[in-house]
Design a protein around this ligand. Sequence first.
Ligand SMILES: NC(=O)c1ccc[n+]([C@@H]2O[C@H](COP(=O)([O-])OP(=O)(O)OC[C@H]3O[C@@H](n4cnc5c(N)ncnc54)[C@H](OP(=O)(O)O)[C@@H]3O)[C@@H](O)[C@H]2O)c1
Length: 338
Amino acid sequence: MKGKRFVFAKHFDGVPKKSDFELVEEEVPPVKDGEVLFQALFISVDPYMRPYSARIQTGTTMIGEQVARVVESKHPGYKVGDNVVAYFGWRTHTVLNPDKNINPLDNKPSKPYILPDFGGVSLSTALGVLGMPGNTAYFGLTKLCEPKPGEVLVVNGAAGAVGSLVGQIGKILGLRVIGFAGSDDKVKLLKEKYNFDAAFNYKTKDVTEALKEAAPEGVDCFFDNVGGVMSSAIISCMKLYGRIAVCGSISAYNDDPKKPTLAPIIQPSMIFKQLKMEGFVVSRWLNIWQEGIAQNLQYIKEGKLKYEETVYEGFEKIFDAFIGLFKGENTGKAVVKI
Ligand SMILES: NC(=O)c1ccc[n+]([C@@H]2O[C@H](COP(=O)([O-])OP(=O)(O)OC[C@H]3O[C@@H](n4cnc5c(N)ncnc54)[C@H](OP(=O)(O)O)[C@@H]3O)[C@@H](O)[C@H]2O)c1
């Protein structure tokens, strides 16, 4: 049997190019005692892959999480038909001893996790609302923004995997939610499907003007997915004692590190409005990971949390899916169906 994988062939220079990857087809090795053969069902593409790529060695399989099914097992903990979520990278087939799998992001052991029955919810959600992005939204908002009912929450990247959940969880918690996204269709979705109180297309509407209209008294909580000029503008509109959760800075991921984006100074707002700003990596909540997933699943079952996926069909489409993140092609979680 043949398997395919994408090798990270060249470090990115600016926007990633298809030629930075090499598609390799190779024989899937036999399964030895203690090993399992996993077949990918869905592969995730995520913005973090761009900044993290600086740490990846060329010649290795491109990093990433996937939902895979056990097709052969010589390991007592895994049986044929089990579905797992695991850091196997951009590959169709993986043969390994699950006890020895290493997550290349932190070089720590990372055992493939056998997924429970999601009760009719697609398995792909283990890469989105019921996985890392869902927990990023849930923990990032609830732990760092300290949201209180009646407060004003702003989120950018608001129609994406994380942002769309942040806004909806904010609504569930009783906040007034304002979102920024990159197209009129996304803005419509935020207002009509996700019930945001206000939403704006940041490509056509000045952010400061938008907040003057939608939050004349100022912003209490800001969940930042974008960074740069837009974030400086939002921070300048915050209220006294506002809280900022710094989740991502996608606007600068493809920048030349020697010529970084310059944005207006935020220190005067930080000082005079006595703001609290904290960056995070979602893995800090690994010890309570399942708590976030259970809560988001509960919200889905109660009809309070909706989600979108942009599904690319076919293993060869991974690059298009990945680059689509930087062009705003996706609405909700971008995944590749294998
Ligand atoms: N800290 C953590 O642990 C953690 C975990 C997960 C994700 N993140 C970060 O959270 C952010 C969102 O991740 P995600 O997985 O939910 O991705 P996503 O929002 O589903 O996809 C990326 C979106 O970013 C927007 N975008 C791209 N380039 C932009 C630019 N120059 N300016 C403004 N917006 C731009 C696009 O939407 P528009 O059409 O609206 O432009 C695009 O659809 C990323 O910054 C990511 O790195 C952090």
